[in-house]
Design a protein around this ligand. Structure first.
Ligand code: AMP
Ligand code: MN
Ligand code: MN
Ligand code: MN
Length: 282
């Protein structure tokens, strides 16, 4: 029987809008049989999600999505099957969150210079104790009537060249992969078609990622077109990378795709779960 995997999702522990247990409940009701929670730079939601998954009788994979910088690009590395108690991983994520807090204050300061006041405090309140990411600023700006929707607010305020953009120095590819492996996980490049890389640059990234010990490429993503999926399946095979699939779900109002609606992996792809033993549905 075909198992329905979603190995890339977010909760309120980072920039998702559903609490971990609610996300798992909705995933179970959307016919997902194995779910990974992969919040940005934190595993704070993993314990709650794991017990909710047990309750709803679906498989659960503890995960994380690490913010890395490669050249001038922000690249996201998903870690699957990580031990959230691993000290190396914990310290690494802690350092990213400290940097995030500094960056959030910078974003607030820059918006303030443009006449938008209290944005740091507004974003902090919307994050409700979780880490602060750009979507929290986006939601604050929308609530202030500065823009009407997420797309517009990102385009006008939060991307390179815009008033609230801070060029970010995250961790290196090597650090992200090393921490994930130290925690017993598999490292996967998230939504590879979303970085606006040329084919040459993408293949350079994949080469370095494999060299660092990376194992997977997110071939199927909520953020990929069919054409992009086919291209990524080809590159994964070429570099000996396993294929992962994930929706990158952030909640009902702000996602690429609804839960449970991902297409299947291309037939030639080698699934990242091929050697998994214990994440199958209970
Ligand atoms: P950060 O990690 O703080 O830089 O925030 C990045 C997050 O913002 C991503 O994980 C997405 O959830 C969201 N995001 C990035 N670009 C856009 C966009 N153009 N529209 C809506 N959300 C976006
Ligand atoms: Mn996000
Ligand atoms: Mn991402
Ligand atoms: Mn994501």
């Amino acid at each position: 029987m075909k198992v329905n995997y979603d190995l890339h999702t977010h909760s309120t522990a980072s920039d998702g809008t559903l609490a971990p247990a609610e996300l798992v409940r909705q995933a179970a009701h959307s016919n997902i049989q194995v779910l990974a929670l992969t919040d940005h730079d934190t595993t704070a939601g993993v314990a709650e999600a794991a017990s909710a998954a047990q309750y709803h009788g679906i498989g659960f994979v503890p995960g994380v999505e690490i913010s890395a910088t490669w050249g001038s690009k922000g690249i996201h590395i998903v870690g699957l099957g990580i031990d959230p108690d691993c000290a190396i991983l914990r310290q690494g994520l802690e350092s990213i969150r400290e940097y995030r807090l500094w960056r959030a204050r910078e974003i607030g300061r820059k918006l303030d210079e443009k006449g938008i006041s209290e944005a740091f405090e507004g974003a902090r309140l919307l994050a409700r104790g979780g880490l602060i990411a750009r979507p929290h600023f986006a939601r604050y700006l929308i609530a202030q009537g500065v823009a009407s929707d997420m797309r517009t607010v990102f385009k006008r305020y939060l991307v390179r060249g815009k008033p609230g953009f801070v060029p970010s120095r995250w961790v290196t590819l090597n650090e992200a992969v090393t921490w994930i492996k130290a925690a017993g996980g598999q490292a996967v490049i998230a939504h590879p078609a979303r970085y606006s890389l040329t084919r040459t640059k993408l293949r350079k990234l994949l080469g370095e990622f494999v060299g660092a010990g990376g194992e997977g490429l997110e071939v199927v993503s909520g953020a990929h077109s069919r054409e992009e999926t086919r291209t990524m399946a080809f590159h994964a095979l070429d570099f000996g990378l396993s294929a992962s699939m994930g929706s990158d779900y952030h909640g009902p109002e702000c996602s690429w795709i609804e839960l449970g609606r991902l297409p299947e992996l291309p037939a030639e792809a080698v699934p990242i779960w091929r050697d998994w033993a214990d994440s199958s549905p209970l």
